[in-house]
Design a protein around this ligand. Structure first.
Ligand SMILES: [Zn+2]
Ligand SMILES: [Zn+2]
Length: 140
């Protein structure tokens, strides 16, 4: 890997930092209850990258749960400051979600989907002009 990364970011305390070499393959917002609990807000904004494009410096702790799909969803966070940083799903090997708010600059974020619209709080507004799903999109 060489040249200027597409974007970089870090956790709040700086113990974990990361860079991504190329733009996300997809990005969007998720209102599922797990994302609400993990983020402490009404949704999580995620960008998905090819795992090999993501370089991580520092150690994360992880918490894994079985998703509705039956796949295992592993969330990474900074053990010092608790910032939510990455997500991996056993159904999507080779890809990694990065929490968009952790990037130094995230003006590039442009959601392409909204998941778990049926769990969206009335007070938490996300995009309406993109495909919205009650739960996950149907498998393609
Ligand atoms: Zn930290
Ligand atoms: Zn979610």
């Amino acid at each position: 890997m060489s040249g200027t990364p597409f974007a970089q970011g870090r956790c709040q305390c700086g113990a974990v930092s990361f860079s991504v070499a190329a733009p996300p393959v997809t990005m969007g917002q998720c209102h599922c209850k797990d994302c609400q609990r993990a983020s402490g807000t009404g949704h999580m904004s995620n960008a998905r990258f090819r795992r090999l494009d993501v370089t991580i410096s520092g150690e994360t702790k992880t918490f894994a749960v079985k998703a509705d799909s039956g796949n295992v969803n592993t969330r990474h966070f900074c053990p010092t400051c608790g910032s939510r940083l990455f997500g991996e799903n056993s159904g999507r090997p080779g890809f990694m979600n990065v929490a968009v708010g952790a990037f130094d600059d995230h003006t590039w974020f442009d959601p392409q989907w909204v998941l778990y619209k049926n769990s969206q709080p009335l007070w938490d507004i996300t995009a309406e002009d993109v495909p919205c799903y009650d739960g996950m999109p149907p498998p393609t």
